[in-house]
Design a protein around this ligand. Structure first.
Ligand code: PRP
Length: 176
């Protein structure tokens, strides 16, 4: 059987500690409010499921599917809406949950799309942020980790559809 052990960039323990802190901050900031959490598929599914368990506020959960990378390691420059949310966000507090802000194109596109629907407030939680790649200015309200310019995989993030199941954030090496 083919074996691989990608290099660990951020361990399971580090991720769990950071998510605990993010959950506490979100709980505090949304005191007395309800939330619509929007998980950006596919990459954010693990982060989102762990994060919402640490947010002690009434919430509903929605999923949206956007993609820009296709099979490669470079953003294609176009964002495709593959699946929309199913609720009306007008007048609601929205928390977008992303796995990574890279060029910022996905989030910029999603923010513009949601703004047209009249939400009360839209905030962003992203597990990772790669400042060296940023092309579109994005405000990350709740950030897990700022990382250097390496192609990261695991904890929901993929390379050509693989590695999402790794419990940590790893680095894709030539040998993998
Ligand atoms: C990845 C990631 C973010 C986006 C970030 O999604 O999950 O949504 O790219 O890149 P950007 O800031 O340059 O837009 P991808 O298109 O790979 O789809 P996936 O989440 O289904 O893997």
């Amino acid at each position: 059987m083919e074996m691989y052990t990608p290099e660990v960039m951020i361990s399971e323990e580090e991720i769990a500690l950071r998510i605990e802190a993010l959950g506490q901050a979100i709980t505090r900031d949304f005191d007395g409010e309800e939330l619509v959490v929007i998980c950006v598929l596919k990459g954010a599914f693990i982060f989102c499921s762990d994060l919402i368990k640490k947010i002690n506020r009434p919430m509903t959960l929605e999923f949206i599917s956007l993609s820009s990378y296709g099979e490669g390691t470079q953003s294609s420059g176009n964002v495709r809406l593959d699946m929309d949310i199913t609720c009306n966000v007008e007048g609601k507090n929205v928390l977008i949950v992303e796995d990574i802000v890279d060029t910022g194109l996905t989030i910029k596109t999603l923010m513009a799309m949601l703004a047209l629907r009249g939400p009360k407030d839209v905030r962003l939680a992203s597990l990772l942020y790669k400042p060296s790649k940023l092309k579109h200015k994005v405000k990350i309200d709740y950030l897990g980790f700022e990382i250097e310019d390496k192609f990261v995989i695991g904890y929901g993030l993929d390379y050509a559809g693989r590695y999402r199941e790794l419990p940590y954030i790893g680095v894709l090496n030539a040998g993998n």
